[in-house]
Design a protein around this ligand. Structure first.
Ligand SMILES: [Zn+2]
Length: 89
């Protein structure tokens, strides 16, 4: 797959977005657009906590969820240590 686009989703506590149609895709704080890359279902994603995914997800899905979270954490800029930026008018 060439380039997958995503909608960022960060306004909820349910950080893990799982496709309820194929149950084979999970993303961390984002959902693929315009549809699921696996089953091409539209609006099939629902948010869950990692605990919920661990509760009912397959081993593969749980592994994907953990990997997605780690990848997101690694990609995050370290905001705390960034120097304050003066706003230029
Ligand atoms: Zn799907």
């Amino acid at each position: 797959m060439a380039s997958q686009s995503f909608w960022p989703v960060s306004h909820r506590d349910d950080d893990f977005w799982v496709c309820m149609s194929c149950l084979g895709e999970v993303f961390y704080r984002k959902v693929p657009m315009p549809d699921c890359p696996s089953c091409h279902g539209v609006s099939t994603y629902e948010g869950f906590t990692l605990e919920a995914v661990r509760d009912w997800g397959t081993e593969d899905l749980i592994a994907r969820a953990v990997a997605a979270q780690e990848a997101a954490a690694a990609a995050q800029p370290v905001a705390e240590s960034a120097a304050p930026v003066e706003a230029a008018d």
